[in-house]
Design a protein around this ligand. Structure first.
Ligand SMILES: Cc1cc2nc3c(=O)[nH]c(=O)nc-3n(C[C@H](O)[C@H](O)[C@H](O)COP(=O)(O)O)c2cc1C
Length: 375
């Protein structure tokens, strides 16, 4: 298995459409060597119909390993073809999206809605695995609409894992509401139920589970791991505040020695990358595309507001990332540019330890009930 070459996915950056593109992942990798990086979701149909154009959608630099391709879809033939076409790109895992609540996606029985059809998900995972050398995983919610009991979640996990080679599930620990609320609201309105996640660890000891949803600091990552989480996936915090979220991962999660990495060094390397890819695909990427992942780099630091204003102005005319940085970085004090990320903040987080008394009763499906589930 390709993945055996890397440290385990104790920490991963979530798949995020329009955010975790190849440019963001390049920046993320400059800050953390060990984080697992997920791509944005790519529809199986995009891969199949853009067969002549795959580099643009699937290529990445070798430094981005360990990297997971997330695909979405609801057509077995296309999923099989997409997995086969993606196989040449040697991703470390192929993940299937069963968590996206977008009406555009859910209306087509795609994403989170697929949790209501575990038989299909098992078939999808089987065809993806059959056409790929990489291990496969599922990213899902803890339920959909009023199908939100712990037992229903277990039925989903049980069916998919017993009828397909899926051994790794990423659990976004809130349900999806398919009543038309926006995807952004679907990431904050349904309450987080981490107790479902920890109950899955208890009830499916042979499977691997990654916890996701609302985890915003390295302290929380380690608190979740202390309570037994196999892996922790972080989304928005890793995008909005990449320096402090990713900067501590290698040392505080993976136990690697401290380096003297500074944001100035990250920017120097990222600039070389950015300028080398400008216009690679005709008009794309633009300077704006490669600047976008940098916009969280000085989160809460002195000079950030002024830098953002200068960035807006510079984006109107700069034709290279080098000139963009030359024109704007004066707004950021040297002390910010040249400091290392420092020690991870310490502090006692008991969010996950407190769950012990709250776990739902163990999964109760008996054999004959399990058989009925298959009917
Ligand atoms: C802008 C954005 C785009 C997202 N796109 C995807 C996606 O393509 N596939 C997916 O499985 N989840 C997607 N998500 C959900 C995240 O992967 C993650 O499950 C969610 O943000 C909760 O984690 P967090 O609280 O750490 O952000 C997206 C989230 C955001 C904010």
């Amino acid at each position: 298995m390709v993945a055996a070459r890397y440290l385990p996915p104790w920490f991963s950056v979530a798949p995020m459409m329009d955010w975790t593109d190849v440019h963001y992942r390049t920046l993320a990798r400059l800050i953390s060597k060990h984080s697992w990086l997920y791509t944005e979701m790519l529809a199986a149909e995009t891969i199949v119909y853009q067969k002549g154009n795959l580099e643009r959608f699937l290529a990445y630099t070798p430094e981005q390993h360990p990297i997971v391709l997330q695909i979405g879809g609801n057509n077995l033939e296309n999923l099989a073809k997409a997995a086969e076409l993606a196989n040449a790109y040697r991703y470390d895992e192929i993940n299937f999206n069963c968590g996206c609540p977008s009406p555009k996606v859910a209306g087509r029985c795609f994403g989170a809605r697929l949790m209501l059809d575990p038989k299909f998900v098992a078939e999808a995972m089987s065809v993806i695995a059959a056409n790929s050398d990489a291990p496969v995983s599922v990213k899902c919610r803890i339920g959909v609409d009023n199908h939100d009991s712990y037992n229903e979640l277990c039925d989903f996990i049980y069916k998919v894992s017993s009828q397909s080679p899926t051994r790794h599930f990423i659990i976004h620990s809130r349900k999806a509401l398919l009543n038309g609320i926006s995807p952004a609201d679907n990431r904050k309105i349904p309450p987080l139920k981490y107790e479902y996640y920890y109950a899955l660890l208890r009830d499916f000891p042979d499977l691997t589970f990654t916890i996701n949803g609302g985890i915003n600091s390295i302290n929380e990552v380690n608190a979740a791991r202390r309570e037994g989480a196999h892996g922790v996936m972080v989304g928005r915090a890793a995008y909005h505040n990449p320096w402090y979220t990713l900067g501590h991962v290698d040392t505080a999660v993976y136990g690697a020695p401290h380096t003297n990495l500074t944001r100035r060094q990250v920017l120097e390397n990222y600039q070389v990358y950015g300028d080398s890819v400008l216009g690679k695909y005709g008009q794309k990427p633009t300077v704006r595309d490669v600047v976008k992942p940098l916009l969280g780099l000085f989160h809460s630091e002195p000079g950030n507001g002024l830098w953002k204003r200068k960035a807006d102005a510079a984006l109107q005319h700069c034709t290279t990332l080098k000139s963009f940085l030359e024109e704007t970085l004066g707004a950021i004090p040297d002390s910010v540019l040249d400091s290392t990320v420092g020690e991870a903040p310490s502090g006692c987080i008991d969010t996950f330890a407190k769950l012990n008394g709250l776990l739902p009763p163990p999964y109760a499906a008996r054999e004959h009930e399990r058989e009925a589930l298959y009917a």
